[in-house]
Design a protein around this ligand. Structure first.
Ligand code: PBE
Length: 303
């Protein structure tokens, strides 16, 4: 059952979309200074290096450009998570300035010396949690699956350990290793749940490693109780649309209360929210720690 297959292809396309940004303004130089201080805006060519256009964090960054007067004239360069991480790695290698759309759980804070900068207007929210949503009627139709989904809860470190291990091997393999090492936790999600005989269930997820990790771990838990699990990666908005329409049975991917708020509210009442499956997430803008900028408000407007 792959009702979402077409939509998955659309999401794939949008992930490949590279929006062009920046302009051909003169090369910034290390001497670019105002009031004796380095003009960070000029150094980064008044550009924030973002990720996929469909991401909640990309929406938030567009909003930040509108809400912060000092970001007047700045460009939000959307591309992909992989492209952003490559640019970040290159900037760090060369001790250059860069401002990225960042989030955790992710290994980027472990792998690179970067720091979030303050967001006094709260455009990126504060602490986020990741929540589980299910289509209406799932509880009645598939009580065993519903119970496992409802019980699924883990910690930032759990998710991050899979993401980190997935640097060296397939994420599926990394998830299986995590399950093997945390069998008790996994068993606790399905304690007292009866096995089924090959029921099909489809989970919609977003295409980031964080959600690929949670979906894969729950897939393994569901399979151990006899389910046939299909995982369908789509853009965040499509996650809500699909679960609301009953095209997907559930999703472990929505970030709240800020990241996917618009979609959450758009479809509210058309799906069931089973509550947080992870707490302590965050989104925001980040810079290398050697950069002398602490807040979005420190950034200079484009002249
Ligand atoms: N993320 C990771 C996604 C959700 C998971 C923060 C990049 C987003 O912004 O939609």
């Amino acid at each position: 059952m792959m009702k979402l297959k077409k939509i998955g292809i659309i999401a794939g396309l949008s992930l490949a979309l590279v929006a062009c940004g920046g302009d051909d303004s003169e090369e910034s130089s290390a001497e670019s200074e105002s009031n004796g201080e380095v003009n960070v805006g000029e150094e980064v060519e008044y550009t924030i290096t973002g990720i996929e256009p469909g991401a909640g964090i990309s929406q938030a960054t567009n909003k930040a450009l509108e809400e912060y007067d000092n970001l007047e004239g700045w460009t939000h360069e959307e591309s992909s998570t992989a492209a952003m991480l490559t640019e970040l790695g290159e900037a760090l290698d060369n001790e250059e300035e860069i401002i990225i759309a960042a989030w955790n759980p992710h290994y980027m804070f472990a792998k690179y010396d970067i720091k979030y900068i303050d967001d006094p207007k709260g455009v990126y929210g504060g602490e986020e949690y990741i929540t589980t949503i299910a289509r209406k009627g799932l509880k009645e139709d598939m009580p065993e699956a519903y119970e496992i989904l409802d019980n699924f809860y883990w910690e930032v470190e759990d998710m991050e350990s899979i993401m980190l291990a997935a640097q060296e091997k397939d994420l599926e393999e990394a998830a299986q290793d995590w399950v093997d090492e945390n069998q008790e936790t996994v068993d606790s999600w399905s304690e007292g749940v009866d096995s089924v005989d090959g029921q099909d269930i489809e989970l919609a997820l977003t295409p980031w490693d964080s959600e690929r990790a949670s979906a894969q771990v729950v897939k393994i838990a569901l399979e151990s109780k006899g389910f046939n699990v299909t995982l369908t990666p789509v853009d965040p908005q499509i996650v809500f649309q699909a679960v609301s329409a009953g095209d997907a049975d559930a999703s472990l991917a929505p970030w709240m209360p800020q990241t996917h708020k618009d979609f959450y509210e758009k479809y509210e009442g058309e799906y069931e929210d089973l509550g947080a499956n992870l707490e302590g997430a965050k989104i925001g803008l980040a810079v290398p720690t050697y950069m002398d900028v602490e807040s979005i408000e420190d950034l200079e407007p484009k002249e």
